[in-house]
Write a protein that binds this ligand. Structure first.
Ligand code: GTR
Length: 421
């Protein structure tokens, strides 16, 4: 008996250590919650027109997201210099121009730099583009020997040939299944990618990446309301936009920011905080991205803050196991992008990211799109799998797992043709 009790207690402890008790995948166990109305300000006043939305509601929502979720960027920093590292007019079977552009930043005797790899359709100048981060380096997105391998820190991953935190030749083209570059070019779009760890290495360490450039005196890490990694990555996307505005081959008024998973959280925040992005795509972004936090389905605020303490600002920890104290939810982040086109995409088997919560966030963001005379999500029930809804605010749930697939890109290209081009 004693042994049994001990075993039970031990497994209880173990499962709790791994957070088992905090992961709910049962729709019936989703707690009751009240969502805030995007068209009602914190003081209760009704928002009846776009003027009031722009002047009052949107700023107060953005202010809350900035100071309590993603963290504020502490200052401004312009590109100090640009270097074209490489350029060719014979890429992607002769259909595209390839350009590798390095951006340098300097402040307080510290510097960072990151490289944008661009493929642009030859037949179209200036071209609308997608801009996105990748997880394992620019050289993974297509099997092209000319792509420079980043020297920035990488998380070890033997299947990508990453040991000693360095990217290697072994992973050249290894992620080409997620990046149908030729199809993007054929559709009349360009693609710009950046290795995200060049802007801020994805680890709980604030001594590297862009953060230290803004430290005051002997500051070691961002303040409670200052930027975590997602906000830093969003900052990098905005700096890439600064560059696009100077490149005649890019139509800077038609830049769509795309991201998957943690980088889909980033694309939403980048799109909300920088209105120069003409459109936003969030692929399987889940908790802290498109999914409603208050549903606590799959990954929760507590869980994400515990596993990735560096992604959000420190203030976000106030909402771990305390989601109902949030005066807003992620539908209002999507709303803050309106009236610009936004695409939220889920995957049927990606329960960790809460597909239903992602759909509901799009649905509940709809009134703000409608305020601008744009179409959002018109049906309150989730569409069947693989039946995309293409409005200004778009949504699909596809079959399969947490990933970026051809189905996803086929939808994005069709939608971008309708709403961005
Ligand atoms: C998971 C994390 C998710 C998602 C994903 C990813 O481990 O819990 O929020 O961001 O990583 O980025 O691949």
């Amino acid at each position: 008996m004693k042994k049994l009790v001990f075993c039970l207690l031990f497994s209880l402890l173990l499962s709790n250590a791994y957070g088992q008790f905090d992961v709910n995948y049962d729709e019936d166990k989703v707690p009751e919650f009240k969502l805030s109305d995007p068209l009602k300000s914190f003081n209760g006043s009704k928002i009846r027109n776009t003027k009031k939305w722009e002047k009052k509601r949107r700023p107060e929502l953005m202010d809350f997201f900035s100071k309590n979720i993603y963290g504020e960027v502490p200052g401004q920093l312009a590109i100090s210099s640009v270097e074209i590292l490489e350029e060719s007019a014979e890429a992607i079977n002769g259909k595209a121009i390839r350009k590798q552009v390095e951006l340098f930043f300097e402040k307080e005797n510290k510097q960072i730099h990151f490289t944008i790899l661009l493929y642009l359709p030859k037949q179209l100048t200036p071209a609308p583009i997608f801009v996105a981060y990748n997880f394992y380096g620019n050289h993974t997105i297509v099997n092209d020997v000319n792509i420079i391998i980043s020297e920035a820190w990488a998380k070890n991953n033997p299947s990508f040939g990453i040991i000693n935190n360095q990217l290697t030749e072994q992973s050249r083209g290894a992620r080409s299944d997620r990046w149908p570059v030729e199809k993007i070019i054929d559709a009349g779009f360009g693609l710009a990618v950046i290795y995200y760890c060049e802007v801020d290495p994805d680890k709980d360490d604030f001594s590297d990446g862009v953060h230290p450039l803004f430290y005051v005196d002997d500051q070691q890490q961002p303040a409670e309301d200052e930027w975590g990694a997602i906000s830093a990555w969003a900052w990098g996307l905005s700096r890439s936009m600064d560059y696009f505005e100077t490149d005649d081959a890019v139509d800077a008024s038609k830049v769509i920011v795309f991201g998957h998973s943690r980088l889909g959280k980033t694309s939403l925040w980048a799109g909300a905080s920088d209105r120069r992005f003409a459109g936003v795509i969030s692929n399987n972004s889940g908790c802290g991205g498109a999914a409603l936090s208050k549903r606590r389905f799959g990954e929760t605020v507590w869980r994400i803050n515990r596993s990735f303490p560096h992604w959000f600002c420190k203030n976000f920890k106030n909402y771990s196991k305390n989601e109902n104290a949030l005066p807003l939810d992620q539908h209002e982040l999507i709303a803050c992008i309106a009236p610009r086109p936004v695409y939220i995409a889920s995957a049927e088997e990606d329960l960790w990211a809460d597909p239903k919560g992602e759909f509901l966030a799009a649905l509940y963001a709809t009134p703000v799109f409608e305020l601008y005379g744009k179409k959002g999500i018109e049906h309150t029930i989730m569409p069947p799998v693989n039946q995309a809804i293409h409005n200004t605010l778009a949504y699909h749930i596809r079959t399969g797992k947490h990933n970026v697939t051809d189905y996803d890109w086929d939808q994005y290209l069709k939608w971008a043709e309708m709403f961005i081009k």
